[in-house]
Design a protein around this ligand. Structure first.
Ligand code: ZN
Length: 83
């Protein structure tokens, strides 16, 4: 296991731009790293992932979206009760 170097650099997998740790969006996954230099590139990746992804990818994305939506409703209800 390698210890993360503070000057570690990542390469955006969408546009190829290299950026230092602490910038951009870096997602560490068990099988590798997803690095995006900007949220715009991350959004583009999401689009590509869903367009080319398998049914499982799409359905888990939709499931997660639904879950998050219901959490928002819960949070809103809690807020209303406080008032
Ligand atoms: Zn980029």
């Amino acid at each position: 296991m390698s210890v993360a170097h503070p000057r570690e650099r990542f390469k955006c997998c969408i546009c190829g731009r290299v950026f230092p740790r602490g910038q951009g969006i870096v997602v560490m996954l068990p099988g590798g790293v997803l690095a995006f230099h900007s949220s715009k590139c991350a959004a583009r990746f999401l689009r590509l992932l869903l367009d080319s992804g398998s049914k499982e990818v799409v359905s888990s994305a939709l499931r997660l979206a639904k879950e998050l939506e219901s959490k928002q409703v819960e949070a809103q209800e809690r807020r209303v009760k406080k008032i």
